[in-house]
Design a protein around this ligand. Structure first.
Ligand code: SF4
Length: 445
């Protein structure tokens, strides 16, 4: 009998990616052969997102598409859409298993044994509405996206921003056990990873056994063997002076922050139930750059929130133009049933939303180009990814500049010094300055 194939696909955030990696490992242990998503398969695991209507639509489309080329594939759906849209998914043909967040990492155990796989007339469902605090547990492994390993430290969010489905989809804030994180970090070092990315929904709220986020970072800083530790998206209200000092002084913490702003207008921020004003956000960015001059700074901006007037949008455009972002992720507002914003009137017509999003995307391109141009002439350390794309080899710097070189050598998972000589809005281009990999003490050049 041939091997039984399984393919996994992730929609949405880095945290979902980290969890898909864990599910993949579970499937492998169960005897499945993992195949690339899109190839014929016997099992599809879809780790979904429900942040926008579009993400939900894409999930339904991907299931239909998979069943076209693999009509007998056993389809399992998990993630935020499985949690919030279970009733809708139950009615979609072809789904065999729906697993809510509480049981997500148990998904491999719910799959039938490889020789007993067959499609079901109605899906098997593992789902509860509430998520208990004590259920947060993870096995001690993770896999990389490219050469970075994603390390999940926290889940859920209690902030209740009025547009956001995540508190409903992932539940309230829970932090992973301190010692478990350290153990996993050590096993990732042993696995050869040079960079870890700390992931979670609201990671600045980490607290476990009297250890807060900074205490965790200080301890991770002492784990030997890593060259870089990167913090993924973090809420502005959770960034302390201590955290900025830690990033500024550590040899391992990357000078990089992704701090969602969402809107540049105080009234809209208030309607979004965000916990900061523009003035506070600006002051934070000033302090961050004063301490970390080479900082790479990303943000999220939402357009078309109910009640966003032309004037409010112009405020957003002005703030975003003014602040030293290296890139901007732009999200058109999408109504999520059950959220507070879903009850707001004053909807913004789609053509206006699109026009505003296009203006911010144009600004994003200009910001990226300016940021990359600023790197020209510098020699920076680049951690290279696997493979090549159109004759280039790619990697990233600590401040998250994507760099392309034309060197023919196999560079995967190596950190090399690269002198940046040119830039576009997508990459910096450069050449390797030394013939061999640099020691880890120079990894944050
Ligand atoms: S901080 Fe706000 S936007 Fe971010 S996950 Fe929590 S509720 Fe959602």
């Amino acid at each position: 009998m041939g091997t039984t194939r399984a393919s996994l696909h992730t929609l949405g955030c880095r945290l979902n990616q980290a969890e898909t990696s864990i599910l993949g490992e579970g499937l492998r242990r169960k005897g499945f052969e993992l195949v690339e998503f899109g190839q014929p398969t016997d099992v599809l695991i879809l780790n979904t997102c429900s942040v926008t209507e579009d993400a939900e639509r894409t999930s339904r489309y991907l299931i239909r598409k998979t069943l076209k080329h693999s009509p007998h594939a056993f389809v399992a759906v998990t993630g935020c859409y499985a949690q919030t849209g279970m009733e809708q998914l139950k009615r979609q043909a072809g789904i065999d298993l729906i697993v809510g967040h509480q049981f997500k990492l148990d998904l491999p155990a719910y799959l039938p044994a490889v020789h007993e796989l067959r499609k079901r007339s109605t899906p098997d469902i593992h789902h509860t509405k509430t998520m208990a605090r004590g259920d947060f547990d993870l096995p001690y492994f993770a896999e990389p996206d490219s050469t970075r390993a994603l390390l999940k430290i926290q889940d859920g969010c209690s902030a209740m921003c009025s547009f956001c489905i995540i508190p409903f989809a992932r539940g309230h804030e829970r932090s992973r056990a301190f010692d478990d994180i350290l153990r996993e970090a050590e096993s990732l070092v042993a696995g050869g990873y040079r960079e870890i990315v700390l992931t979670g929904v609201n990671i600045g709220q980490y607290v476990h056994g009297g250890n807060d986020f900074c205490a965790l970072l200080r301890r991770l800083d002492q784990v030997e063997g890593f060259d870089r530790i990167r913090i993924s998206s973090i809420e502005p209200t959770t960034i302390s002076e201590e955290l900025l000092d830690l990033i500024a002084s550590s040899k391992k913490f990357c000078p990089y922050l992704h701090i969602p702003l969402q809107s540049g207008d105080d009234e809209i921020l208030q309607a979004m139930n965000r916990r900061h004003t523009i003035k506070e956000y600006r002051a934070l960015i000033d302090r961050a750059f004063a301490k970390i001059p080479d900082l790479g700074l990303g943000t999220d901006l939402m357009v078309g929130f109910p009640g966003e007037t032309d004037e409010a949008f112009q405020n957003t455009l002005a703030v975003a133009t003014d602040l030293p972002f290296s890139y901007i992720h732009v999200f058109p507002y999408s109504t999520r049933p059950g959220t507070a914003a879903a009850r707001l009137k004053q909807r913004i017509p789609s053509p206006s939303v699109k026009k505003r999003a296009d203006q911010l995307l144009e600004l994003d391109r200009a910001k990226r180009l300016a940021f990359h141009n600023k790197q020209i002439g510098k020699t920076v350390s680049v951690l290279f990814e696997a493979g090549t794309h159109s004759a280039y080899r790619f990697g990233t710097t600590p401040n998250f500049t994507r760099v392309a070189v034309t060197d023919a050598a196999e560079l995967q998972n190596q950190i090399m010094p690269v002198t940046i000589t040119a830039a576009t809005d997508r990459y910096g281009f450069g050449h390797i300055t030394l013939p061999q990999a640099i020691p880890s003490t120079m990894a944050l050049l």
